[in-house]
Design a protein around this ligand. Sequence first.
Ligand SMILES: Cc1cc2nc3c(=O)[nH]c(=O)nc-3n(C[C@H](O)[C@H](O)[C@H](O)COP(=O)(O)OP(=O)(O)OC[C@H]3O[C@@H](n4cnc5c(N)ncnc54)[C@H](O)[C@@H]3O)c2cc1C
Length: 488
Amino acid sequence: MKGKSAAVIGSGIAGLAAAIRLAVKGFDVTVFEAAAEPGGKMGEKTILGYRFDTGPSIFTMPQLIDELFQLCGKNPRDYINYQKLNPVFNYFYEDGTVINAPHGAEKFAEEIASKTTEEKETVLRFLQACETKYKLTHKVFLERSLHKPLNYLNYETLYGVLNFGKIQAFKTMNEANHRQFKDPRVIQLFNRYASYNGSNPFSAPATLNVIAHIEINMGAYFPVGGMYSVISALYKLAAEMGVDFKFNTVVSSIITANGKATGLRTAETAYPFDIVVSNMDVFNTYQDLIPDAPKPKLTLRQPKSSSVIVFYWGIMKMFPELGLHNIFFSRSDKEEFHYVFEKNRVFADPTVYVHVSSKVNESDAPEGCENWFVMVTVPNNSGQDWDRFVRLTRKNVIAKLNTALKTDVQPLIGCEAILDPRRIEAETFSAFGAVFGNASNSPYSAFLRHPNFSSKIKNLYFCGGSVHPGPGIPLCLLSAKIATDLVK
Ligand SMILES: Cc1cc2nc3c(=O)[nH]c(=O)nc-3n(C[C@H](O)[C@H](O)[C@H](O)COP(=O)(O)OP(=O)(O)OC[C@H]3O[C@@H](n4cnc5c(N)ncnc54)[C@H](O)[C@@H]3O)c2cc1C
């Protein structure tokens, strides 16, 4: 294999993982990245002494990161360490209820039973069903290409097919959660997991309840040094494995000949390669890099996921009632998701996520201060007046936090940066500024994302949140594994 060359377009987490895996396979790997730094959506910025992770903050399944180091014969602990979170989330409701959600089904169910009208046993039964869904789907769906017929001929898939009813693919998350629980606060808590992949719990299949299992039963973690430490560690590993990085370099097209990818072009140069892996959003890969190739129209036409507005605030005070992850719920998730997915507008009372990494990584904020990452779910970019929506959202978020925290947040904001769908689109080449590729709002779009290979162009592969098996750090890492496992 030595001497074969591979190009990876993009150094998002999936691009880095694909580059490392290809280097392990013996390829000479070059990563082309438009930005000046690796990481894509998983970035980092520092303003006036406050450090912010710009994208992901909820981190599960760290074993998938460790696996990359082990593949390279390295000890992951020499590069990156994680802390297991307990409690995982603080949930604040409009009626004053506060749930401090601990790790582990037993303790979680006890906390829910003590703060709501649900029985502990009901919560445990629900989490057990989420675990069953995970067991039925992860080998079949998350760890393999669904687009290769041979992958259906094995015990796990047969078992999955025989138990298909249990994954509740044809029931929505909200229907399943409603059937299980009577307390609207608990339904809202579990519905919220749809936003982890930019979907609508009122239409997304209840199979997505596996996310609750991954976070509550398997556990959430936080990397020592913050989320960007994961990117720094993978970048270091890739460089040690001989991967060459070309930053500030936009790929303008993929070169093809006789139905094969044979290289790529930047503004200055054409580069020959034996294989090409695109970590660029698959919609934009087709549109911009291979405009003449036949397009998988049905997949590319699926509605896109939601996007986000994030306020990065340096807060000149400490709030003991906040933890690392905090949710301030909307009074109506039904209306909120209706605004985001049907009306394409921002909702006046959004669910607000406040992530404060300085709670565990003290150096992320000056003494006596906190770094708040304040995020709400919004529609993807279809040309709305985002300046107005950002202004409105900022006002509504501050009003909501003022009430919940019984304080005036505005004068505490010492510095600010803002992310909105336009910037996500421009900075990471994500179609329509959607954070998670296609929305998983139907069984088709949830299970049949674009494959990790091109069926029309040989030697062209895809990884990242816009393709199979989906978005978020764990699935992006699995997309890189599936794509590179397909490389012969
Ligand atoms: C605000 C926010 C919060 C999130 N929260 C979470 C969370 O808590 N937990 C979680 O698991 N996930 C979260 N996510 C989702 C997660 O960040 C993404 O699913 C994941 O990081 C996507 O990685 P990726 O490998 O698909 O590539 P991306 O991060 O999208 O990176 C693609 C890279 O390719 C480069 N590129 C694209 N086109 C070209 C080209 N033509 N030439 C050169 N370079 C190119 C881009 O510059 C970019 O660096 C969040 C995302 C955002 C934005």
